[in-house]
Design a protein around this ligand. Structure first.
Ligand SMILES: Cc1cc2nc3c(=O)[nH]c(=O)nc-3n(C[C@H](O)[C@H](O)[C@H](O)COP(=O)(O)OP(=O)(O)OC[C@H]3O[C@@H](n4cnc5c(N)ncnc54)[C@H](O)[C@@H]3O)c2cc1C
Length: 499
């Protein structure tokens, strides 16, 4: 039996993991990575899976932290990225931090040594129609022509080039003795918004804190992407002390039930996921540093004990409106041969991108083998993230999301607060084990295809083409043809705002 190769576009965290999962399930892969021929504004090497900024995979605590839990799930599923992160680990307390060069070199060497993966150093501008199965894993800095192809397939307003992230708060950490449910002018469902009132003194102190708070700077190549609807809240305050009060903090049409009056200003929160466990602070995209966000936003009445599932930000970031565009298997509804993986799906971070690459690879490999792989239960960390980006996230306000316990179906209210995270982790472990036991797809761990980790009842699948090896790890191979003069297709679509 021969199987057509899966074409993975992008050899970052997600694409490397997806390619590995496919190959280890016995399905041949062509991995197309443009670095080596053409760079990005953030990458510095030609290594696959380069970490563009921090060297941290964040918490490795699988009992109390959803990132640590997703690490554990990825290890159980034979993740290439986690294996090489563990191998390149450097001391960082309870976090998993790595020697970035050793990590990326390890991933690159493993991919090059895998007989079922062919690496091609080339930029893909559009997947040719003859490619039967494609995984687009081109990340936050997707090259302009491919972004144009995606915009053609999805509609321009379904593809973003900047994120504008407002902080997200766990619902059960909002003080509902202070915050009340009401929609402005009582239009729509009265439970659509939670409102936190500020009196004049509180508002003035809040504006002072916004103005004084430490900010992160844009990278030079990012430009300063303030456009309608995504101006940072602190920039609004810089433009006029009352500007936020006439913008996202306007109090009109809202009556504080504790006073029977309109407040001086109001901070509104809106439901952010179908489960109702996460609420975003409306219009509060921000470049304040993370610690400053926690300090400043906890001065808002009702949010004094807020726990943040995600803090705000504004970055150059190509991503699609996955909740409406993708099916539950990460396939583009309009063109199901094309799957998406990694940060372009609207997950956020190295770990999440690799996790979505892992599941995209396994789903694509199962399909190529003629098998049906159930999606992981939403009670697992990988399943919760997948469910969020493929439908659980609110489509109209969709912004990149980290994995966090707010994405998981909640536990029974009788579970004590201190016990909830370990209980969610225990449920995830049990449900992942059940899902893995029910799967017929070979696991990616172990010595490889054909070895002990391959299920005995599955026929061996041979590559449909002889694998070719890439010659070197870091030095760019010669481009296949002389560089072409710039054409309109080489520039990002007009809606792109990233330099
Ligand atoms: C400046 C910056 C700093 C960041 N800092 C952090 C951080 O500190 N921590 C964190 O967790 N996350 C950080 N991120 C987010 C991080 O980039 C992602 O979490 C992660 O790298 C995404 O993985 P990915 O595989 O989806 O994309 P990437 O790792 O970016 O991989 C995408 C790959 O696709 C290639 N590619 C693009 N277009 C094409 C094409 N048309 N044809 C062929 N190849 C193509 C690119 O060269 C790249 O190798 C940062 C992002 C940026 C832009």
């Amino acid at each position: 039996m021969t199987v057509e190769p899966i074409h993975v576009i992008g050899g970052g965290l997600a694409g490397s993991e997806a390619a590995w999962q496919c190959a280890r399930a016995g399905v041949p892969v062509v991995l197309h990575e443009m670095r080596g021929v053409e760079g990005t504004a953030a990458h510095h090497t030609d290594h696959l899976a380069e970490l563009v900024c921090s060297n941290s995979f964040r918490s490795d605590d699988a009992e109390h932290n959803a990132v640590g839990l997703i690490h554990a799930e990825m290890r159980a599923l034979g993740s290439l990225i986690l294996r090489h992160a563990d191998a390149a680990r450097v001391p960082a307390g309870s976090a998993l931090a790595v020697d970035r060069d050793a990590f990326a070199a390890g991933v690159t060497a493993a991919i090059l040594a895998e007989p079922l993966i062919e690496v091609r150093r080339e930029r893909i501008d559009a997947p040719p129609p003859e490619w039967a199965s494609v995984i687009v894993a081109t990340g936050p800095l997707t090259a302009g022509p491919l972004a144009g192809w995606i915009a053609d397939r999805t509609g321009e307003d379904a593809l973003a080039f900047f994120d504008a992230i407002a902080p997200i708060v766990h619902f059960d950490s909002i003080d509902r003795d202070v915050a009340w449910f009401q929609s402005r002018w009582d239009k729509g469902d009265s439970r659509d918004y939670l409102n936190c009132p500020l009196d004049r003194a509180q508002y003035e102190a809040f504006v002072d804190a916004l103005l004084a708070g430490g900010k992160t700077e844009f990278k030079q190549w990012e430009g300063t992407p303030y456009f309608d609807g995504c101006m940072p809240i602190e920039v609004m305050a810089e433009r006029g002390r009352d500007t936020p009060r006439f913008g996202p903090m306007k109090p009109v049409g809202l009556t504080d039930p504790r006073t029977g009056r309109r407040a001086w200003a109001v901070v509104q929160l809106r439901q952010d996921n179908a489960l109702g466990t996460l609420w975003n602070i409306v219009g509060f995209q921000t470049k304040l540093k993370h610690a400053e966000q926690i300090r400043v936003f906890r001065t808002i009445p009702g949010l004094e004990r807020a726990e943040f599932a995600r803090l705000g930000g504004l970055h150059c970031n190509t991503f699609i409106k996955s909740p409406v565009l993708l099916d539950d298997r990460l396939r583009l509804k309009a063109e199901p041969r094309v799957r998406f993986a990694g940060q372009i799906t609207g997950c956020e971070g190295y770990v999440e991108s690799a996790a979505v690459g892992l599941i995209a690879g396994r789903l694509a490999a199962a399909a190529a083998r003629g098998e049906t792989l159930a999606t992981p239960p939403p009670t697992t960390a990988i399943g919760a993230l997948l469910a969020h980006i493929t439908g659980g996230g609110a489509a109209d306000t969709f912004q990149p999301m980290n994995v966090n316990f707010g994405l998981f179906p909640p536990l029974d209210a009788s579970v004590a607060k201190a016990e909830r995270k370990p209980a969610l982790a225990a449920r995830a472990r049990a449900d992942l084990a059940g899902w893995m036991a029910a799967s017929t797809l070979p696991l990616a761990g172990g010595a490889g295809v054909g070895a002990a980790d391959r299920r005995r009842d599955k026929p061996a699948i041979t590559a449909a083409f002889p694998p070719q090896r890439e010659g070197r790890l870091t030095a760019p191979p010669a481009p296949p043809s002389p560089p072409e003069p710039p054409s309109p297709a080489d520039t990002p679509p007009s809606s792109a705002v990233c330099a």
